[in-house]
Design a protein around this ligand. Structure first.
Ligand SMILES: [Zn+2]
Length: 120
């Protein structure tokens, strides 16, 4: 089961709030084998009110990027079809729904299925 520190999620929520009403996206760094998220990774991104995308070329070729997090400024944390396509790249994917809080985060695996994550 994946584990993540609550303080990391709060950092991401704070950043997402600063981006309002624009969608916010960042990545999760950590250990795949231990299923542990160690850090939030901020990368240059192109965002708009309806979508967030990352310049693929700015992505580090790095095994320690284990997940993604993006926000839905106007909707729930339910992943869109496009989201699910994107999720296939990483084992853990977080969607921050409105209103932004720990409780409004949805956790999904590579297939877009809900997973349980232990908050520490
Ligand atoms: Zn989305």
């Amino acid at each position: 089961m994946w584990r993540i520190k609550k303080s990391l999620l709060l950092d991401a929520i704070n950043s997402a709030q600063r981006y309002m009403p624009t969608e916010f996206i960042c990545f999760l760094g950590g250990d795949r084998k231990k299923e542990y998220v160690e850090e939030i990774v901020f990368l240059p991104s192109n965002t708009s009110e309806t979508s967030a995308s990352i310049d693929e070329y700015s992505m580090p070729i790095d095994d320690t990027i284990i997940g993604s997090l993006h926000s839905h400024p106007f909707s729930t944390n339910h992943p869109s079809r496009q989201d699910k396509k994107f999720f296939s790249k990483y084992p853990l994917n977080l969607v921050l729904g409105y209103p932004y809080s720990i409780e409004s985060i949805g956790f999904y695996d590579q297939k877009g299925e809900k997973v349980i994550v232990l908050l520490e």
